[in-house]
Design a protein. Structure first.
Length: 288
């Protein structure tokens, strides 16, 4: 345990639903915090209780108004830092700007690194996130990063993969299936689904290659643009996403969509972190 200190969990405004579920999993109420914005959009944070010498966890996901959510998270971290919290952990179910993790063209920034710097400089001591888009993002931090996984590596089934080439964002120019799927149930696994064009195209390739049924399991269901319509009209029987992003409105519009609650996973990571227990076991044993 972290020096016998109390645990406090705060929620930003980006995804309060998952924060409530995480706090429930841990067995404590969310700590009080007022977040307001003035007439020109500046964010103000006031902690509603003491955090002195506490082990603090701040939950904020990179969804909705991403830039607002990010600066809000940084301000909340800073508020806890100058209020003498013993340790501050940012719990970020969907890491913002994760797809901007490398310099893929001339004069392009590596924005994921910038975001990591912002979070660290705000006073963060530890980061917990879910299925980072690229594992090298962990190396952008000088503080510990626990990258939890939503899908345990325990199925022990045959594996096939798609090699894809992109002309630009959200547009795959070429896709090649490596492996055999004839007569099998095919499960597509990915970290993000945005417009779902890649998923839909991959599902069609699988059917043409002889797969009997096709499903998709995706950690972060961004589902922008015509994503829901694309899913409904595709060969996919079901698309399963997690609640790192709020999905209530999408569920009402797409019968093929299903949502898994990963608050239990994040809550267990927080509990183990607080008590000094191993987190790596969660990569193989998902707590329900």
């Amino acid at each position: 345990m972290l020096g016998g200190s109390s645990i406090k969990v705060f929620s930003g405004s980006s995804h309060p639903e998952i924060a409530e579920l995480i706090a429930k999993r841990i067995g404590i109420p969310l700590s009080k915090c007022d977040v307001t914005r003035n007439g020109i959009g500046e964010t103000s944070v006031r902690l509603g209780e003491s955090v002195r010498e506490d082990d603090v966890y701040i939950i904020g996901s990179g969804c909705g108004q991403v830039n607002t959510a990010l600066i809000e998270l940084c301000i909340m971290i800073h508020a806890c830092k100058i209020a003498s919290a013993k340790r501050i952990t940012a719990v970020i179910p969907l890491f913002p700007y994760a797809r901007q993790d490398k310099k893929d063209k001339s004069r392009a920034p590596i924005t994921a690194k910038l975001v990591a710097n912002m979070i660290q400089r705000s006073g963060c001591d530890h980061v917990i996130t879910m299925d980072l888009h690229a594992s090298q993002i962990q190396g952008f931090f000088d503080v510990p990063v626990d990258n939890a996984t939503a899908i345990a590596d325990r199925l022990g089934v045959e594996f096939a993969l798609f090699h894809k080439e992109r002309k630009k964002a959200n547009e795959v120019s070429r896709m090649v299936l490596v492996g055999h799927v004839t007569g099998k149930i095919a499960i597509l696994v990915d970290d993000m689904a945005d417009t779902c064009g890649t998923l839909v195209r991959a599902a069609q390739h699988l059917v043409e290659a002889g797969a009997e049924r096709t499903f998709a399991f995706v950690t972060h269901g961004i589902l922008s643009g015509n994503a829901l319509e694309n899913i409904e009209q595709s060969a996919l029987e079901k698309v399963v996403v997690t609640n790192t992003i709020p999905q209530k409105a999408n569920l009402a519009r797409c019968k093929k969509l299903e949502v898994i609650n990963i608050a239990n996973v994040l809550g267990e990571v927080i509990r183990r972190s607080h008590y000094g227990e191993s987190v790596s076991k969660l990569f193989h044993e998902v707590p329900y």
